[in-house]
Design a protein around this ligand. Structure first.
Ligand SMILES: *Cc1c(COP(=O)(O)O)cnc(C)c1O
Length: 828
């Protein structure tokens, strides 16, 4: 260490000390020197900022040491490329991972502040839509906790996922201005910037050695600037980094225009450049052919790859040929898949490697994680748009394709139909570039995200590729971090676990198995119920504040929170609620186990039916919650603005987890895992990771219903007629009639017509086919709930057997099987 690197002896303790006293002094320092407010004008949000900065200082020391150690050792680094990182609030997680929660609480108390109030001041960075972005965030937590060197690369959207409000039962979108009060976690790196080229054309030329080469003359250049957020591991020194790229205008362009006298053109250039990272596209699944979205994807991938090659250049005794030994590049879905062509361009055009060498490096470095089988969600770019935007990349993709299809012909001689199917250039509905195929061809490892999903990949969308390269395919079942989704969000459960199985579960979630014997202990069951009850009371407080609806924490809390989508079938849940409502109205004397149905989730702003589903939930809720003959047994709430912060209150309060997608449609799900860890029982189909959840929990501790993938396919193949299911089931017919007839909409027969007509005449996700099975299963849930001890036993066993679903297990598998990234013992 040089003197420059060493913290001065007096600075050391205020910047790095982990005691309550050092933290208190650090907060006071930051209040004065970073925030600059007189003591009398301080509010909790100022203490939030000061504490966040103090915590960041402490991580920064580990960050420097982590980088230095892995440079010294020549360790391999994972680069996780993802268009979304749904990080959630950072302060609580960082205090937990640094082991300074109590110190922070005490430090603030001495300053007259309450930690919980200060934590509540944080505006979460909503830089993701849902599961995919949250998975990336869980994986960063596990990589750091497992001491694996890693960089997350993504986009610093100025506006994240919209804030959802509910007005008159309808979703209203509000812009998410998350940076308005600054972001204490990030460190701007204005000196880390790269040019991103766009548009224009290509030219051929001979280099000094007379070799034919290609030059890309762009139509415009945008600059990407790095913003770094430290990612602290739990209980270790390892502190990795999330590097998010922000767009800004290239100065020289603006000056050019200025010199010619066109000042306004210069300003416009700056404004349009900066729109690149302005806003996150709020679509979860269906793809839209938006040029700006392609630019966003290319922008962050190009910056990230240039950054990686730049790091390689700075390493002594390392050549670019060693890239696969030093970096693993993982594509989180197809959003970053343009990276395959961009790395080829950087290696062939800029580094002047020959094609075969560059291709070998590219394939050895990239891995691809597929996240969806929905055909409409597989990214395809219209060829015209693609070629105008990325002319050089289109040429490179044609070259990749031509060599690839020769390989296919060599392995399957005479099978031109197969060659046509496997082309990276799609021919139906106008030519397109098929990004999932590009990602597959450019990667040495391709994985799905749950056992079922990985099998379906091999037999459907990537079948031809599996037949060509079976050894490249594997499964990596998703996981979630128990630090955030148990320790941080469920302090009651955390204390119970610490006492019964010891605190090792935070990093070895398998140890929850130690709970199993307690499932038969009446005293422990009572403690378990008390813990759940407290969590439900905490959620009920939030629900009444947000919606005005009072919930009784002794009721069964039945929760479905996730993006609103037809395939996730929130409307199937509603059909059961209306069924129960009708039964109660017809027969007010019947005994129904009291249940609160809680929904949350955002609908893509342009997704017409999803928005109607929200309106249906709120309309049914309004009717039921205000009807004294049923509100003794049923309540229905739609909790606005489901995000990570609310998730902390929601998952721990559930008795029942709704995982009711059409079999074959949900790749994995991760919400299902969060519920299970927190002791909810699942009602679910054999879809995604539900299959494995049921295997782990035991079939007797899982409420299974619905068609299997094979049955879904057979029904569709035979020509599915929803009318058959209505005719066969008078209860279903009357439920649909009630909704269509305007019962929940003040007589308005139009508002829900599109939804009901869709079910009656099309029903692409087989809601009606699964209805009878679902309602019957819900009746079994109600019966089971009545036996409190049996329910508690099942609940304890679900938590006890959730160890597999830790993201630590998932990340260990990625590191061992795909990335070859080893733990690094960070020395300070
Ligand atoms: C876990 C999570 C999701 C994903 O939920 P699924 O049920 O797997 O679709 C979406 N949004 C947030 C905020 C989450 O925490």
């Amino acid at each position: 260490m040089t003197d420059l690197d060493a913290p001065s002896p007096t600075a050391e303790r205020a910047r790095t000390g982990l005691s309550a006293d050092a933290l208190r002094r650090a907060i006071v320092d930051h209040v004065r020197y970073s925030i600059g407010r007189p003591a009398a004008a301080l509010r909790p949000e100022h203490y939030y900022r000061a504490l966040a900065l103090a915590v960041r200082d402490r991580m920064q020391d580990n960050r420097v040491a982590s980088t230095q150690t892995s440079l010294d050792l020549g360790s391999k680094v994972t680069c996780y490329l993802s268009a979304e990182f749904l990080m959630g609030p950072q302060l609580g997680a960082n205090l937990l991972n640094l082991g300074i929660e109590n110190a922070a609480r005490a430090a603030l108390a001495e300053l007259g502040q309450d930690l919980d109030e200060v934590l509540a001041c944080e505006e979460e960075p909503g830089l993701g839509n849902g599961g995919l972005g949250r998975l990336a965030a869980c994986y960063l937590d596990s990589l750091a906790t497992l001491a694996r060197p890693a960089i997350g690369y993504g986009i610093r959207y100025e506006f994240g996922i919209f804030d959802q409000e509910i007005h008159d039962g309808w979703q209203v979108e509000k812009t998410d201005n998350w940076l308005v009060n600054g972001n204490p976690w990030e460190i701007a790196k204005p000196d880390v910037h790269y040019p991103v080229l766009w548009g224009g054309h290509t030219e051929r030329y001979a280099d000094d050695a007379g070799v034919q080469r290609v030059r890309w003359i762009p139509g415009r250049i945008i600059q990407g600037v790095a913003y770094d957020t430290p990612i602290q591991g739990y209980g270790v020194k390892t502190c990795n980094v999330l590097t998010l790229w922000s767009a800004r205008a290239v100065q020289s362009f603006a000056l050019d225009a200025f010199n010619t006298g066109d000042y306004y053109k210069a300003v416009e250039e700056e404004v349009t450049s900066e729109t690149v990272t302005k806003v996150l596209y709020p679509n979860d699944e269906p793809e839209v052919g938006k040029r700006l979205r392609l630019l966003q994807q290319f922008f962050f991938v190009s910056c990230s790859l240039q950054h990686v090659l730049h790091i390689m250049d700075d390493l002594a005794d390392v050549s670019v040929l060693d890239l696969p030994k030093r970096f693993a590049l993982q594509l989180n879905d197809t959003h970053p898949s343009i990276g395959v062509a961009e790395l080829m361009r950087l290696l062939v055009d800029e580094r002047r490697l020959d094609w075969d060498t560059a291709w070998a490096i590219t394939v050895a470095t990239f891995g691809y994680t597929n996240h969806t089988l929905l055909p409409e969600a597989l990214e395809k770019w219209p060829l015209g748009l693609f070629g105008e935007s990325l002319p050089r990349h289109l040429e490179i993709i044609y070259e990749i394709n031509s060599r690839f299809l020769d390989e296919v012909r060599a392995k399957f001689p005479g099978d031109e139909e197969r060659v046509r199917r496997m082309s990276l250039i799609g021919e139906d509905n106008g030519k397109t570039v098929k990004m999932a195929y590009l990602a597959t061809v450019g990667s040495h490892a391709i994985n799905g995200v749950a056992a079922l999903h990985s099998e379906l990949l091999k037999s459907s969308v990537l079948k031809d590729f599996y037949e060509l390269w079976p050894e490249r395919f594997s499964n990596k079942t998703n996981g979630v971090t128990p630090r955030r989704f148990v320790a941080l969000s469920n302090p009651g459960l955390r204390a119970l676990l610490d006492r019964t199985v010891g605190d090792g579960w935070l990093t070895h979630l398998d140890r929850l198995r130690g709970l199993e014997p307690f499932a038969d202990d009446p005293g422990f069951r009572q403690e378990w119920r008390d813990m759940k009850r407290a969590n439900k009371a905490r959620l009920a407080e939030f629900v009444v504040a947000e919606t005005g609806v009072e919930l009784d924490p002794t009721w069964l809390f039945d929760i479905q929170v996730k993006r609103i989508h037809e395939y996730k079938r929130q409307h199937l849940n509603v059909l059961n609620i209306v069924t129960q409502y009708l039964r109660l109205k017809k027969n007010p004397g019947i005994e129904i186990a009291p249940r609160a149905f809680i929904f949350g989730g955002k609908a893509a702003p342009g997704y017409f039916l999803a928005k109607r589903i929200i309106k249906l939930i709120t309309a049914v809720g309004d009717m039921i919650n205000n009807d004294p003959t049923v509100n003794q047994y049923l309540k229905v709430v739609f909790l606005p603005n489901f995000n990570v912060q609310n998730a902390h209150l929601i998952y721990p309060a559930a008795n029942l987890s709704e995982q009711i997608s059409t079999a074959g449609k949900e790749a994995s799900g991760t919400g299902n895992m969060k519920f299970m860890m927190n002791g909810a029982l699942t009602i679910g189909t054999l879809d995604g990771a539900n299959v494995e959840i049921r295997e782990e929990a035991g079939a007797e501790n899982f409420f299974l219903f619905g068609l299997t993938v094979e049955e879904v396919e057979a029904l569709k193949h035979d020509g599915y007629r929803p009318a058959d299911f209505i005719e066969a089931n008078p209860e279903l017919a009357s439920v649909l009639d009630l909704i269509a007839g305007g019962h929940f909409s003040h007589g308005d027969t139009e508002v829900f017509r599109p939804l009901v007509d869709n079910l009656r005449y099309d029903d692409p996700f087989l809601v009606l086919a699964d209805y009878a099975s679902y309602v019957e299963c819900q009746d079994r849930v109600s019966a089971a709930w009545k036996d409190r001890d049996a329910w508690s036993r099942m609940s304890i066993l679900n938590s006890a057997r959730s160890g597999k679903f830790s993201s630590d297990r998932a990340i260990e598998e990625y590191c061992d099987d795909i990335w070859g990234v080893r733990p690094v013992n960070v020395v300070t």
